[in-house]
Ligand binder design. Structure first.
Ligand code: ADP
Ligand code: MG
Length: 464
């Protein structure tokens, strides 16, 4: 097996782990890992540092071994080896030289992670792998596709009727792909200045600009672009200060005839606590939805993925996958990767029966559904304080910190709104919740004990 095949196998393993652990955990423990070898029944996994090695050995070894064994029965054990840099690989897409974050940078940016790691251009936020060429169009997404394509053609005209373009649809149905494809196309073919951010990223940048007193620079950054793309705008719900800032950015760009493209998992009117003036701005442009692809389209997507991976998978298996995985293109791709990984590892193409087994876990394991109550309980247990003390008005130092951590986790793991978080932890004001989340996210950058504690709590949340 060559390097490239290991890469694919490891991708399939990670895809499966990702379904079962939190984003934060996944970013912390699995970023910068790779599979180096599987000879003699022993899989060798490269990890960036000793901390990760220990953690994977103790906490995730069983799960990793299980997934690998599921892909190939020959594997009997997993070993972890520390190496900071991945072996050199040439990438098929030329991109600018980029800085690698230091290997011990613990929590990766979620935005980067979601977009496929270090291929992302830090300035534009674009990953060159997302293109129109690799985007399959069917009746489920043709309106969104046409509207997106129109932007790449008609930017020069002053017709504002398509501005903003608001694309909505469920998870894993291609919103990010489409938004990124517009960005890439417009940079490449029109030489325009593009900025892509998730709404989380926008919020975080604003929060740190406020605390560093650099809001002017923040404003400038966002107002000098030709095309502003904001992904997953639903997470602005409940964030009043961010909504206000975004409203001004929006107006400044709109007045200059600059394009704004937004995505969300639901239409504007279904986003709770979205300010009326923003809602009406969103509704003033073009709204296009992406629904679920039918089976024939799912099959076409699988075939195009095979083509780009340069593998030939029998029609029968592709049919099976396309019939089984119905609601999510990301999972569809994951299922295909799994079949290919099994093939690479065992050296023989899986038949239908093996494919069924391989896909069994995708089909049958729902993601763990955390509740606010579980988070609060887990934090209280971890810090050995009473749950009711976290919830009651109590300023004793020993409960203040756990309370702030609980708030922070409600935010990161459940994406709860600040008003909800304040309410849930003792009927406090939303500004208290904002302050707590901000404080913890600042502190974990410099305080490694705190960040380790939070990792442990998150680990418990998802694994116990
Ligand atoms: P969303 O942002 O809606 O959650 P993504 O854009 O991240 O979904 O898509 C999930 C995965 O499915 C990505 O790997 C993407 O490339 C792929 N995908 C989505 N839609 C299409 C499509 N129409 N054609 C080809 N691949 C697609
Ligand atoms: Mg997305």
């Amino acid at each position: 097996m060559n390097e490239l095949n290991y890469e694919e196998v490891w991708k399939a393993v990670l895809a499966e782990i990702e379904l079962n652990v939190s984003k934060a955990n996944f970013a912390t423990w699995f970023q910068n890992t790779s599979l180096l070898d599987t000879r003699d029944g022993s899989a060798v996994v490269r990890v960036p540092n000793a901390f990760t090695k220990e953690w994977l050995e103790n906490k995730y070894n069983k799960a990793i071994l299980k997934i690998l064994r599921n892909l190939s029965g020959d594997i009997k054990e997993v070993r972890y080896t520390i190496a900071t840099e991945a072996p050199q690989r040439h990438s098929s897409t030329p991109s600018k030289p980029r800085k690698r974050p230091s290997s011990d940078q613990v929590v990766a940016s979620e935005q980067q992670l979601e977009l496929g790691g270090f291929e992302v251009d830090p300035e534009t936020g674009l990953n060159p792998k997302y293109t129109f060429d690799s985007f399959i169009v069917g009746s489920f997404n043709e309106l969104a596709h046409a509207a997106a394509l129109a932007i790449t053609k008609g930017l020069g005209n002053s017709d504002q009727s398509y501005n903003p373009l608001f694309i909505y649809g469920g998870v894993g149905l291609g919103k990010t792909h489409l938004l990124q494809a517009v960005g890439n196309d417009v940079v490449r073919n029109l030489g325009l200045k593009v900025k892509y951010v998730t709404s989380e990223r926008f919020t975080n940048e604003l929060i740190s600009a406020i605390s560093n007193q650099t809001t002017e620079r923040f404003k400038e950054e966002y107002r000098k672009v030709d095309v502003l793309i904001i992904d997953d705008i639903q997470f602005l719900a409940g964030k009043e200060r961010t909504q206000e800032e975004f409203f001004h950015t929006f107006n400044a760009l709109y007045e200059k005839n600059k394009r704004i493209i937004l995505s969300s998992d639901r239409p504007p009117k279904a986003i709770p606590t979205l300010e009326e003036r923003l809602r009406s701005r969103f509704e003033g442009g073009m709204i296009a939805d992406i629904s679920e692809p039918d089976q024939e389209t799912r099959l076409t997507i699988l075939k195009s993925k095979c083509l780009s991976k340069q593998v030939v998978v029998p029609e029968e298996i592709l049919n099976y996958i396309s019939q089984t995985i119905q609601k999510n293109i990301r999972e569809l791709e994951g299922a295909l990767n799994r079949v290919i990984a099994n093939w690479r590892l065992t050296g023989s193409l899986p038949n239908i029966e093996t494919s069924k087994q391989l896909l069994n876990t995708i089909v049958n394991t729902p993601k763990k559904n955390l509740t606010a109550k579980q988070i609060i309980k887990c934090v209280a247990d971890f810090y050995d304080v009473q749950e009711k003390d976290l919830i009651r008005k109590n300023r004793r130092q020993e409960v203040v910190k756990p309370r702030q951590i609980a708030m922070y986790l409600l935010r990161t793991e459940l994406k709860s709104s600040f008003p909800f978080i304040g309410q849930r932890l003792g009927g406090r004001d939303h500004t208290t919740a904002i302050h707590a989340c901000e404080k913890i996210s600042q502190q974990i950058k410099t305080n490694s004990t705190l960040s380790d504690e939070i990792k442990l709590v998150v680990d418990k949340l998802y694994n116990e």
